[in-house]
Design a protein around this ligand. Sequence first.
Ligand code: 5GP
Length: 129
Amino acid sequence: MASIFTKIINGDIPCYKIAETDKFFAFLDINPNAKGHTLCIPKAEVDKLFDLDDDTYLELMAFSKLVAAAIKKAVPCKRVGMTVIGLEVPHAHVHLIPLNSMEDARFLSKEKLSDAEFQDLAAAIRANL
Ligand code: 5GP
């Protein structure tokens, strides 16, 4: 069965899209730690990041770096952090999280954003790519 992220890539589930290439996709996390929290994923449905083939792994890092630079320009923060967990969705993904404090990295307190806020964030990040 397709993962929830494959359904997002295919447009079967809506998302706030940030970027797409032939191999990768980036979109806002629906339950963000902080405004601008973005997920970068390979289109290939592989569960664990370190099971990706080397080329895809390195290309995903390069893709994530470009997206992180755009987040940094669009969202006020001290830095953009990168985290890999994968306990909830079995489709490899990199969390890019605008950090202002350690709290933003802890996946405990979450931002509640309106549809308009998600739309505006996605547009602002896309404009900096
Ligand atoms: P992890 O698998 O790394 O523990 O967490 C998966 C992340 O995916 C979570 O931060 C969660 O909010 C996000 N997520 C789960 N389902 C969806 C979804 O349908 N849309 C979006 N945009 N994010 C999702």
